[in-house]
Design a protein around this ligand. Structure first.
Ligand code: BES
Ligand code: MN
Ligand code: ZN
Length: 493
């Protein structure tokens, strides 16, 4: 993501020089304020049957008389929401794909007011459109050349909100692009060591403090559960801690904890071969933590934020963890490992115990934790689990505002029953039923001293099929949550 954004207050979109104009029309009739030459061209396109004001309709117009930009993409927006605007902008950008547009002008017509959320949605659509995976694909097409987006506003009154929205959108774009890039890299190009190196690179560029613990240091801490997962691989584990300081040291931080399994074969409880390649995305939680730290560092809210990542591979070998093994977690609680493929919770539980030392205001862990969550919620909403009603409400609201939604799932004590073990304090799996919930219940056993929530992003962090790839979710949700907490902390003072 390397385009700049600006706001221009001027009604005369026809006279603006840019490579293309994206015209987003809200409402059932042509908005009154639309520039004359554009209104004429759109009416003509409607008369010719090339376009209509029905939701989702779009048209590409070239060399419109009286309009300076050589290309116009016009899209009908379903309603006045930011969500509809983002979908329409994405469709319009699709029409302009591959045309070498460097400077894009955007006009949103027919809204009572262009708000921050609209501007942010627009920036987000553009960020999604320009990301291209290249790092292991020399034959990939050249990256889009988009360098500048000018959002045209009719009145000065909208400018401040629009500016704010564009800035937030740009920061989230940076974080999302980084998370997508890390997620897309194959396991041999994104080992725990490389993930730590990328974290360092981001931290240095963003002015964050970072510590990376190696196997010896992780052993000294006593993270027996995390190490048990890591022991099957020749790739050494890494425990990454990143600090953003935007408030006085004594101010209790927010903490994000990411699952960083850089490849999940299942271990001795080996997964079937089909689609096993997709388990390179099993560090999506970690990627979202790195991306969010990046976005937050750019937005500079007045609070403290710590990002923690447990990173290792889950592989079978002569040294690997076996079903039936009992391991001792950092908390002192012992765990009978009935299935080595339920490894995410084994690394997260130690990370959750570790972060108690920060006396956090709240902790959110993010993990591609269960296939069961994909069955429950699909690819639309992330699963959200928390015993704390206020934290759950904050995360739901942040997801809605970011267009990166989640859905609250239950954490009733009854779901904990299945985790009982005859040989340890708990087992690492329960029965098949409610698998996403029992995974959350396992983590809950390590969070008695925390205000905690868990996001299961197994369905939302990447797409399978033809468009296979990382989505960068939930960087938007997390960034919004952090920004909202900064605002709440400021108001409480
Ligand atoms: N990384 C997987 C979860 C996953 C599966 C994410 C499919 C995305 C798509 C996780 O480590 C795992 O293997 N979970 C098991 C747990 C089971 C053994 C209780 C699962 O979901 O099958
Ligand atoms: Mn697994
Ligand atoms: Zn996994």
């Amino acid at each position: 993501m390397d385009f700049r954004t600006q706001v221009i207050v001027s009604g005369a979109s026809s006279r603006l020089s840019a490579d293309a104009l994206l015209l987003l029309l809200v409402g059932q009739s042509l908005p009154a304020g639309l520039d004359e030459p554009l209104a004429k061209a759109v009416n003509e396109a409607i008369a010719q049957g090339d376009f209509s004001l029905k939701p989702g309709k779009l048209a590409y117009l070239r060399q419109v008389a009286g309009v300076k930009t050589p290309r116009v993409a016009v899209v009908s927006v379903r309603d006045d929401s930011a969500k509809a605007l983002k979908a329409a902008a994405a469709a319009g950008l699709g029409l302009l794909k591959g045309l070498g547009v460097k400077h894009l002008a955007v006009q949103i017509s027919g809204l009572t007011a262009v708000g921050a959320a609209h501007a942010e949605a627009l920036a987000g659509a553009a960020g999604d459109a320009v990301y291209l995976y290249r790092s292991t694909k020399p034959s990939a097409p050249p990256p889009p050349v988009l360098a500048k987006i000018s959002l045209l506003l009719a009145s000065k009154a909208e400018a401040q909100a629009a500016d704010e929205g564009l800035a937030r959108g740009a920061a989230i774009n940076e974080g999302v692009a980084l998370a997508r890039e890390l997620g897309n890299r194959p396991g041999n190009h994104c080992t725990p060591t490389m993930l730590a190196a990328e974290s360092r690179k981001m931290a240095r560029a963003s002015g964050l403090k970072i510590e990376v613990l190696d196997r010896k240091q992780i052993e000294a801490l006593g993270m027996g559960s995390f190490l048990a997962v890591a022991q099957g691989s020749d790739e050494p584990p890494r425990f990454i801690v990143m600090h953003y300081q935007g408030a006085v040291k004594s101010s209790a931080p927010l903490v994000l904890v990411g699952k960083g399994i850089t490849f999940d074969s299942g271990g001795i409880s080996l997964k079937p071969g089909g689609e096993m390649d997709e388990m390179k995305f099993d560090m999506g939680g970690a990627a979202s933590v790195i991306g969010t730290m990046r976005a937050v560092a750019q937005l500079k809210p007045k609070l403290n934020l710590i990002g923690v990542i447990a990173a290792c591979e889950n592989l079978p070998s002569g040294r690997a963890l076996k079903p039936g093994d009992v391991v001792t977690s950092l908390s002192g609680q012992t765990i009978e490992v009935l299935n080595t493929d339920a490894e995410g919770r084994l690394i997260l539980c130690d990370a959750l115990t570790y972060v108690e030392r920060f006396k956090p205001a709240a902790v959110v862990d993010i993990a591609t934790l269960t296939g069961a969550c994909v069955v429950a919620l699909g690819a639309v909403r992330s699963g959200m689990f928390s015993p704390d009603d206020s934290l759950a409400a904050e995360l739901l609201a942040a997801g809605d505002a970011a267009l990166d939604t989640c859905w609250r799932m239950p954490v009733d004590d009854e779901y904990d029953e299945g985790l009982k073990s005859n040989f340890a304090d708990m087992a690492n799996i329960a029965g098949r039923a409610g698998g996403a919930v029992t995974a959350a219940m396992f983590l809950k056993r390590f969070t008695a001293n925390l205000r905690w929530a868990h996001l299961d992003i197994a369905g939302t962090a990447w797409k399978s099929g033809a468009a296979k790839g990382s989505t960068g979710r939930p960087v938007g949700l997390l960034t919004h949550w952090v920004m909202a907490q900064a605002q709440a902390q400021a108001q409480a003072k």
